[in-house]
Design a protein around this ligand. Sequence first.
Ligand code: SF4
Length: 271
Amino acid sequence: MVEQLFAWYDHHGRSFPWRHTTDPWAILVSEVMSQQTQIDRVVGRYLAFLDQFPNPETLAAASTGDVLAAWSGLGYNRRALNLQATARVVVESGWPISAKELQALPGVGPYTSAAVACFAFGEQVPAIDTNLKRVLSRWAGRALDGKELSAAARGFLPTGEAARWNSAIMDLGAQVCKPTPLCDDCPVAQGCLDPTVYVPPPRQSRFDGSVRQTRGAIVKVMLDGRTRSIEALTARLGHDEARISSALTALTAEGVLRATTDGFALADLPH
Ligand code: SF4
């Protein structure tokens, strides 16, 4: 299985800029940017972001406005602010290097911590995402989850090859073992128990008409640094006032905006 998978990966694996580095900063940025954003859209933005913020020091010192402007269009602005908060922790205390310790960083969950620990620091851990879950579930012939999935992933991990393995499984899941699998092209079909096992993709809520859409629109407008009232934002964006109000509450709670006497303005994260 491993041999066939690696032979396939050597010919069909995808080449991304972050696959040619072990710099934890470059890898963390790629992982955070790839969450909930299509990978085709990520590469150009990733290179531009790293150009502007090549290390934790530069992002840690940036203003919230600059960070959000650099993130503009990628959505889920909270990810950018968490990245900046992480940069500040790293500047202050250095990099945690194990997957377990990395999870203490703002916005870094089990998948991202495992990916950074593996790709940057060589820890032999599986990076469990939806692709890996789908592939291993089909190999096992039933939907795996939780501890069972984690044990199966560790069981398959070839000694000393975690980085190559994680990349290969991700690529197999993205290109062959897709939600509708292309089993005729599969290099590991002989070891797969049940291609019909269905693992639902993570739910993405509808974007049009959502609070998420309104949040993105508000942040875009507020990047000019001016203070605006709910009424001014409602008039400017033409969105439902209740939705604007929900979005403002969330953005304020998350530290993207701050309430002023006249309305709302962009907030800098506390140093
Ligand atoms: S045989 Fe089909 S379902 Fe099984 S791993 Fe390959 S592509 Fe996925």
